[in-house]
Design a protein around this ligand. Structure first.
Ligand SMILES: *Cc1c(COP(=O)(O)O)cnc(C)c1O
Length: 454
């Protein structure tokens, strides 16, 4: 076995096609439906809002491989292929017989995996003659990635950022401005939705729901303008599969094969990205890898949510999506892993979970930070609070291996670094953070409100 620490590919090894797992699923996800008519949507129904090609990708249930455009692959070369790393330091610290590997997506210029889809989405907008794009951002990672992608393709980007984050978390706002995006504190006076809220509640500090309604309104009312989303949807997960496709080749270089694959879970894009390319071998009956999604204890849609049609957003503007959900009214605690505070999961993941092709665990906030500090001290990389949930789940598995005296190969996705989240670390080290366990009543209160379509 190799004593190497890092497994590196060449530019020519960047995948030439994304993997669309839906084509290989026996049990396809239920369709996305129109909330009024309950009729399944067609790709064309999404054209007013999204780029046409990503709308087609969203609905594609037949093509397992979708070619990555040359322009997109060229831009991926800025930081891809990303390294696969054997976490020997962490193995030693935990004194575990397990072999731990991680795919390091934190090396992208914006520090997370989100650029994989941002570049693809900006490309398809540009290709069909779109000049302006919009989005919303809470924690700011998606906004930062899209700001860079928009600049690369000469698109004007307006990012609606929840007002309280705009004022309290200036660094990602600064990053977006540096890349040339227009960042607007939401609610704003630039949309009808924003003006209405500001006149009714002048001191309102904003919410993701309001920011989405502003971004959508601007896209729908501006010629040549499209809206974009950084997680949850099928096409976003599709673009992220470059992670797993590269990791497959790199595990081969390492001469090992993963027994368990682990990733943190917000809307599911980085989990899908690392998991689906390996899962295709499980679906074909050739392997028996276990897939584990690590979600926060404060927002446990996969482990404690219901499987039902729900809106993708807080405000109820999107079509209805079949998903594991806590209800779109669910208000997650203000944990530091902002990117994991989402009420539902995408339709593909939800079907795979329902069919037991994968499993999920929920991680308390303090356990995530404890694992993050271990990882930082053992491997040198300060992980994003989101990624720390994957690390904590991996640590659990590695310690179980130790207890059972069993060697397993564990692979997790390091979705991003935490260098812009140091106030979170500061709070943790000062002892100011706590766990937030959700009560069954609270979950029921929100999920009982959902229309029983399934
Ligand atoms: C946005 C984000 C996540 C969560 O989103 P997914 O779509 O579930 O991957 C996780 N990690 C990082 C670093 C993020 O920026």
């Amino acid at each position: 076995m190799s004593e190497s620490k890092k497994f590196l590919l060449n530019e020519r090894d960047i995948p030439t096609a994304w993997y669309n797992i839906v084509a290989d699923m026996d049990n396809k996800p239920k369709p996305i439906i129109n909330p009024a008519t309950k009729e399944p949507l067609k790709a064309e129904d999404l054209f007013p809002l999204f780029a046409e090609e990503v709308s087609r990708q969203e609905m594609n249930t037949t093509d397992a491989w979708i070619e990555i455009p040359e322009e997109v692959r060229d831009l991926y070369k800025i930081w891809r292929p990303t390294p696969l790393v054997r976490a020997r330091g962490l193995e030693k610290l935990l004194d575990t017989p397990a072999h731990i590997y991680f795919k390091n997506e934190s090396v992208s210029p914006v520090g997370s995996h989100k650029l994989n889809s941002a570049i693809a989405q900006a490309y398809y907008c540009k290709k069909q003659g779109v000049t302006n794009i919009t989005t919303e951002t809470g924690a700011g990672q998606w906004g930062a990635a899209l700001s860079l992608a928009a600049k690369m393709f000469g698109l004007e980007l307006a990012v609606y950022m929840v007002k309280i984050s705009y004022h309290q978390k200036p660094y990602r706002r600064n990053i977006m401005s540096t890349y040339g995006a227009q960042v607007i504190a939401s609610p704003s006076m630039s949309t009808k939705a924003g003006r209405k809220i500001i006149t009714e509640r002048p001191n309102y500090q904003g919410s993701l729901g309001t920011a989405i309604s502003e971004a959508v309104e601007l896209a729908m009312s501006t010629p040549n303008c499209k809206y974009t989303l950084g997680s949850v949807l099928n096409h976003v997960s599709l673009h992220q599969t470059v992670i797993g496709l590269e990791a497959e080749k790199q595990m081969e270089m390492a001469g090992e094969y993963p027994d368990k694959i682990i990733a943190c879970f917000g809307g599911g894009s980085n989990f899908s990205g690392i998991a689906y390319p390996f899962m295709r071998h499980n679906l074909a009956g050739d392997t028996n890898i276990q897939f584990i999604a690590a979600e926060p204890e404060s927002c446990p849609k996969l482990t404690r949510g219901v499987f039902q049609y729900d809106f993708g957003d807080e405000a109820g503007y999107t079509p209805l999506i079949p998903m594991y959900t806590l209800g779109h009214d669910f208000a997650p605690a203000n944990i530091h892993a902002g990117g994991l505070r989402y009420h539902g999961a995408g339709s593909i993941i939800s079907q795979l979970l329902k069919d037991k092709k994968m499993s999920a665990v929920d991680i308390p906030q303090l356990e995530a930070f404890d694992a993050a500090i271990k990882f930082a001290q053992a491997e040198g990389i300060i992980p994003a609070p989101e990624s720390s949930h994957a690390i904590a789940a991996t640590v659990r598995e590695a310690l179980r291996c130790k207890e059972e005296g069993k060697k397993e190969v564990l692979l997790f996705n390091l979705s991003g670094h935490g260098l812009i989240d140091m106030t979170a670390y500061d709070s943790y080290l000062a002892g100011d953070l706590e766990n937030y366990k959700v009560s069954d009543e609270e979950i029921r209160r929100n999920t009982d409100k959902l229309e029983k379509i399934i």
